[in-house]
Design a protein around this ligand. Sequence first.
Ligand code: ADP
Length: 282
Amino acid sequence: MTAKNSNCETCAQKGSCKDELEGKECKGQINRMARVKHKVIIASGKGGVGKSTVTVNLARALQMKGLRVGVLDADITGPDIPKLLGIEDARLNQGPEGIEVPLAEGIKAASMAFVLSSRDAPVVWRGPMKMAAIKQFIQDVNWGDLDFLLIDLPPGTSDEPLSVVQLIPDLAGAIIVTTPQEVALLDSRKAVNMVKAMKMPVLGIVENMSGLVCPHCGESISIFGSGGGERMAEEMDVPFLGAIPIDPSVCALGDRGQTFVQSGTKAGGSFSRIVERLIEMF
Ligand code: ADP
């Protein structure tokens, strides 16, 4: 016997819920995202292009504008958000309103890293286990009142994006992060098409690692090329949000758990313009 409530199919407690097992009508799943205004996914075709870096800096930039922000780290096997936000040792707690997640100077963050026994412990899980963890973050975390929830997806077009889209039907859209070289753009096009196939708006493309400004002469060196992200956005008829240069301070700050958006660097300036363009869309 199963409970009649249709919410059971997407409920995080499915299979272990007493009401479901006893065939009773359950009171319905609590929508803990009901008071989150804009849910945005951050995706990339490839790993290492700076997707998590863009996520945390976007979170900080929005928060600096007085908005309430949360980050859901949906990369279950490579959860880097806590490191980049400087809250690696934080833990999750069960509260009366759901799972309570830590704050990184005001930004709520949920990540698999908060439940691992050590920083180096691997998560060797098959798809269904990863999906169950994402479901719990979506349905059981007490997200409360937020203006933006940024969902950092693992790279590629596998089953995590599908789960997120299925569990959060009112997503505002997706930001795709790419680097300028053709091999990254090839995979980014797939990510754009995945978002389009899911009938979700592509809010825009961010081209990261777009040239390096020489610290000595100030000339720009196109290590991975530049402009590829903008050309791709034009070809695929999606907005281009802007480009961020390669900047050693981005990496150094990230390693220290700090964001670069407020750093006064060239990368920080480029990023501020990206955030302005994004905010205009809401
Ligand atoms: P992803 O989430 O796509 O795997 P990350 O955000 O983890 O990528 O970034 C990978 C590495 O590249 C990190 O060490 C990060 O600090 C660095 N990085 C990202 N963007 C830049 C940039 N514009 N300049 C210099 N380093 C960067």
